[in-house]
Design a protein around this ligand. Structure first.
Ligand code: ARG
Length: 461
């Protein structure tokens, strides 16, 4: 029969169907070691408040330590009759310390303040781990950017050829987005690093316990200011789910490019065999499954966020059992990113770029037309006119099936008197790239500096 935490008032145990609905040990067991750390800290504040004598504290800590070892070794596991990780560990404590000692630990705490604290502890640890894995993706990007410094590629808007850019500039654009995600985890940690332990069920404790001491013991900067907020709020979980989803979305955007780049039509990259898959029927196939799974799992992480937000939206203060639903979405987000990111960084690190093809496509699709217009502006022509003139050059080329640099001096002069042969200095990818020399631009010198800054920011993160 279930070891009930509320036997006194009830005449019988729960219906089987309720017990089956209620049980959460299959997903909250991963909080067991955090729960035990909370119990040790709580035992110490009960002792400090004069509610446990020295011998009882020692017996309790000893039993908690034996329980910890049994949890770690797998000798102690949840029983089907245990409702949640907290219930199960209380049973384990009582089995080891006896009811006289073990039955004292629950004073002044509730599963409501426990779970709110343990959730924060768990996510703070995993936020650090996930941020480290995101930095591994950044490292893979910066290594590729360094290796390919100086390689031009077609820069796109609307997926159409727009202007030439450096491949490194494009790769570093992804790196900056990921570095902001790492930064988001860091500022999230400041808000999440406040402990609800001591809030009790919702109103705090009458037993003279010191929430700040528990907070310090568990690695938090402070205890919460409001016990209702401490037990009822889950914005820490929702914000974590958002940052996790943002990581997945940022990774997914790069994944989509990898998928396109690996097509026959683009042929910008070859995926390493170790990071691609074959087909069971088509012998020639080499598929970008890592990138596709990244793109697919981004949907799943957005779903985790949306599900959690929807759970929270109608809840009155303080604790409601709906809040048990806070865990699976964030655990899923953690598990998914911890699985995905190592594969993704490996894929990025091993991409082989066809630099010759990238360079030869960079000026195609009239991507130097803006350079012609801006050259005219430097000659004193108003931009409105310059835009018209450059557009007329493009039309003429399209009609004749040639590129801008194929126009003869006579063709140019016919389009506009302003188009002297000097315009040829910008009708090259090198000239176009070098001219975009302001901060954040794609000029080779700026991109080399930018790479150093990405590496420095990643090292600090
Ligand atoms: N298992 C619950 C949760 O995950 C914590 C228990 C609080 N239950 C309660 N009936 N007050 O949210």
């Amino acid at each position: 029969a279930a070891v009930s935490l509320w036997g006194g008032r009830f005449s019988g145990g729960p219906a089987d169907a309720l017990a089956a609905l209620s049980v959460s040990t299959h997903f909250d067991w991963r909080l067991a070691l955090h729960d035990l750390a909370g119990s040790r800290a709580h035992a110490r504040v009960l002792h400090a408040a004069g509610l446990l004598d020295d011998a009882t504290l020692a017996a309790m800590l000893d039993a908690l330590e034996r329980l910890r070892a049994d949890v770690e070794s797998g000798a102690f596991v949840a029983d089907p009759a245990d409702e949640d990780v907290h219930t199960a560990l209380e049973r384990g404590l009582i089995e080891r310390a006896g009811p006289e000692v073990g039955g004292r630990l629950r004073a002044g705490r509730s599963r409501n303040d426990q779970i709110a604290t343990l959730g924060r502890m768990y996510l703070r640890e995993h936020a650090r781990r996930v941020a480290g894995l995101v930095l591994d993706v950044v490292d893979a990007l910066t290594a590729q950017a360094r290796e390919h410094l100086g390689v031009p590629m077609p820069g796109r808007t609307h997926l159409q050829h727009a202007q030439p850019v450096l491949l490194s500039h494009h790769l570093l654009a992804h790196a900056w987005a990921l570095l902001r995600d790492v930064d988001r985890f860091r500022d999230w940690d400041v808000r999440a690093g406040v402990s609800p332990y001591g809030s009790g069920a919702l109103a705090g404790s009458s037993l003279g316990l010191d929430p700040e001491a528990v907070a310090t013991d568990l690695g938090f900067g402070a205890a919460v200011e409001n016990s209702i907020d401490g037990t009822a709020s889950r914005d820490y979980a929702a914000e974590f789910a958002f940052v996790a989803a943002m990581v997945a979305v940022d990774v997914s955007r790069l994944a989509e490019e990898v998928i396109l780049w690996a097509t026959k039509e683009f042929s910008f990259i070859t995926l390493d065999d170790a990071y691609s898959t074959g087909s069971s029927i088509m012998p020639q196939k080499k598929n970008p499954d890592v990138a596709e799974l990244a793109r697919g799992k981004a949907g799943r992480l957005v779903g985790d966020l949306a599900g959690l937000m929807t759970t929270l939206k109608g809840l009155p203060l303080a604790y409601n059992r709906d809040l048990q639903e806070d865990k699976e979405p964030v655990f899923d987000a953690v598990d998914t990113l911890e699985l995905l990111l190592p594969a993704f960084s490996g894929m990025v690190a091993t991409l082989a770029f066809d630099t010759g093809r990238l360079a030869s496509l960079a000026p195609q699709g009239f991507s130097l037309a803006t350079d012609v217009a801006e050259w005219l502006v430097r000659q004193g022509v108003p931009f409105r006119v310059a835009h018209e003139v450059a557009g007329a050059c493009v039309r003429r080329c399209e009609e004749r099936g040639i590129e801008l640099w194929d126009l003869t001096d006579a063709d140019l002069a016919e389009v506009s008197e302003h188009l002297t042969p000097g315009v040829r200095e910008v009708l090259s990818v090198e000239g176009s790239l070098a001219s975009r020399a302001g901060k954040g631009g794609t000029a080779p010198a700026r991109v080399a500096e930018q790479l150093d800054r990405v590496v420095a920011v990643a090292r600090e993160a």
